[in-house]
Design a protein around this ligand. Structure first.
Ligand SMILES: Cc1cc2nc3c(=O)[nH]c(=O)nc-3n(C[C@H](O)[C@H](O)[C@H](O)COP(=O)(O)O)c2cc1C
Length: 322
């Protein structure tokens, strides 16, 4: 799949998820076949002001390539300047968040509110397009009440956007109800540029079904990849005997990679939080996982967490030897 000048290894991407898709999470998804990943949404104005946390979102480790930097905001000049900064910091693609329904983002006039203002969409895209030569995408919801993703996407295509991502729920829906995949099909039929479908892809069969029923060029996966980076491999090998589930040793290795990298890259408080988050994802559904999670939550520090993990996985690998 190609987005502007960016040639991707396959059609799978990882969705931007605030508080989740940091460089370690993204690198793990890539190990199992995810071709394109995005930062969580970054405030365009925050980036321009040089806000420390915002800067942190741009941090990446070597496997984390190619990377889309997702910006949110409502001011065309700030978007243009933020895109320039992101380009200078090595971004491979810029994505504009036009779908976030969170109050915090709507208050800035950005996120899904942009879908109510086609003229603003036009000015923001033109400003970014003039500022950088990077591939440019937009990420949409279906629209407020009446779906107008098609209208917004047509403006975007006209102004030089290279691909459109659609999560076909309304902003009011949040994550409730079902996404209307038929809107992805409609969008695909109306545009020349690639369309990436998103929303409720929970398994390899879902990903295949989305592509087959909508004709979308790419499939973006979010929540289902938490603690399950293997989902990308499963989609790529679907129908093939090589598409195996991870065994306990692979789960342990991937969890430890995540924890070790998190502890190296993040300050202590964030590292502990992210570590516990990862542990709860990776042991979900495994025998004795609730008791294990309780033990971890009482642990004093990194070393103790590491040894609890080693003990837990050793017991899983050889249950009779405990
Ligand atoms: C915790 C969380 C954070 C999210 N943060 C963002 C974000 O920063 N930018 C964005 O465009 N979408 C964000 N989303 C939406 C996802 O990118 C995606 O559109 C949505 O989860 C539907 O895909 P899924 O069903 O595969 O998870 C977030 C979703 C979740 C669950």
């Amino acid at each position: 799949m190609r987005i502007g000048k960016l040639l991707l290894n396959n059609h799978l991407s990882l969705a931007p998820m605030a508080g989740i898709t940091n460089t370690v999470f993204r690198s793990t998804a890539r190990e199992f076949g995810c071709a394109l990943a995005f930062t969580e949404m970054i405030s365009a104005e925050g980036l321009v002001r040089g806000n420390y946390r915002t800067e942190e979102y741009l941090r990446r480790i070597p496997p984390d390539y190619p990377l889309g930097v997702q910006l949110f905001g409502s001011d065309a000049a700030a978007f243009a300047e933020a895109a320039r900064i992101a380009e200078a910091r090595g971004a491979d693609l810029i994505d504009v968040n036009m779908g976030c329904p969170a109050k915090k983002v709507l208050r800035t006039g950005g996120g899904a509110l942009l879908m109510k203002d086609p003229a603003k969409v036009r000015s923001i895209i033109k400003a970014i397009r003039n500022a950088v030569s990077l591939p440019l995408t937009i990420k949409l919801r279906s629209g407020w009440g009446r779906p107008n993703a098609g209208e917004i996407a047509a403006i975007a295509e006209d102004c030089g956007v290279d691909a459109v991502i659609l999560h076909p729920r309304t902003p009011e829906q949040g994550f409730s109800g079902k996404p209307d995949w038929s809107l992805i099909e409609k969008l695909k039929k109306s545009l020349r540029i690639p369309v990436i479908g998103n929303g409720d892809v929970k398994s390899a069969p879902d990903a295949v079904r989305m592509q087959e029923t909508t004709g979308c060029d790419g499939v973006m996966i979010g929540r289902a990849s938490m603690g399950n980076p293997w989902i990308f491999r499963q989609v790529l090998n679907y129908g093939d005997k090589g598409s195996r589930m991870p065994d306990i040793e692979e789960k342990r290795r991937v969890l430890m990679y995540n924890i070790n990298m998190i502890m190296e890259l993040f300050e202590r408080k964030t590292a502990v939080l992210l570590t516990k988050q990862n542990i709860s994802w990776y042991v979900r559904g495994l025998p004795g996982s609730s008791a294990f999670r309780r033990e971890v939550s009482g642990a004093a520090g990194a070393q103790e967490i590491r040894s609890l993990i080693a003990k837990y996985f050793a017991k899983l690998a050889a249950p009779e030897a405990k």
